[in-house]
Design a binder for this molecule. Structure first.
Ligand code: FNR
Length: 180
């Protein structure tokens, strides 16, 4: 079975991005080996501390985890019309050392979410060219920008909105075809 990493762009305990990721994982678990990937706990990327034989343990462990995956889904909030710094940092960490990026040539898809009305469109739109430059083929459609996200889940994080469920199920079907 193919290994898929779902990268969660938020560090928050009660993160809606993680709730979306949890739903995706439950559905995808039937056909893939799915890991939820956190972007916390990584020192800010700094070439000065990234020595070939002596990189920070957190960098090494994160790169190993990313290397093990064969494809990705990024689920992210929008911070000031862009992606959260922690997510960008994690992407940068696993893209180095130069020429050894563990993202290279792995397929990806993007979902953004927001309590607001435009569903994190700015974050998803910013993430796309970042993944492209890392040589990651990104699923073109369906684009998924989930707005008013707080209405989609109950207090225990269960997805209770049938429209959102359909959007995510359609996304999953397209993603499976994209991976074939
Ligand atoms: C936000 N939020 C936000 N929302 C949005 O739709 N557009 C935006 O530009 C921003 N900017 C922004 C900046 C910062 C620094 C924070 C902390 C938050 C709100 C954000 O979408 C909301 O907190 C989400 O619920 C965060 O996602 P998680 O943590 O629930 O996954």
């Amino acid at each position: 079975m193919k290994k898929i990493g779902i990268v969660v762009g938020s560090l928050r305990n009660a993160s809606f991005s993680r709730m979306v990721a949890n739903y995706l994982k439950v559905v995808l678990d039937k056909d893939y080996i799915v890991s939820l990937i956190s972007v916390d706990n990584l020192p800010l990327y700094n070439e000065d501390i990234d020595h070939k034989d002596n990189a920070p343990t957190e960098y090494k462990e994160f790169r190993k985890l990313i290397k093990e995956q064969e494809a990705f889904i990024f689920v992210t909030p929008e911070y000031n019309r862009g992606i959260p710094g922690a997510l960008k940092n994690a992407i940068d960490v696993a893209s180095r050392p130069y020429g050894e990026s563990v993202w290279n040539n792995k397929k990806a898809a993007i979902i953004s979410q927001s309590p607001g009305s435009i569903g994190g469109f700015g974050a998803a739109t910013q993430l796309r060219p970042v993944l492209a430059v890392l040589n990651m083929p990104v699923m073109p459609t369906p684009e998924v920008y989930l707005s008013s996200i707080y209405l989609a889940f109950d207090k225990t994080g269960n997805l209770v909105d049938d429209k959102v469920k359909k959007i995510l199920n359609d996304f999953i079907e397209a993603y499976k075809k994209f991976l074939d």
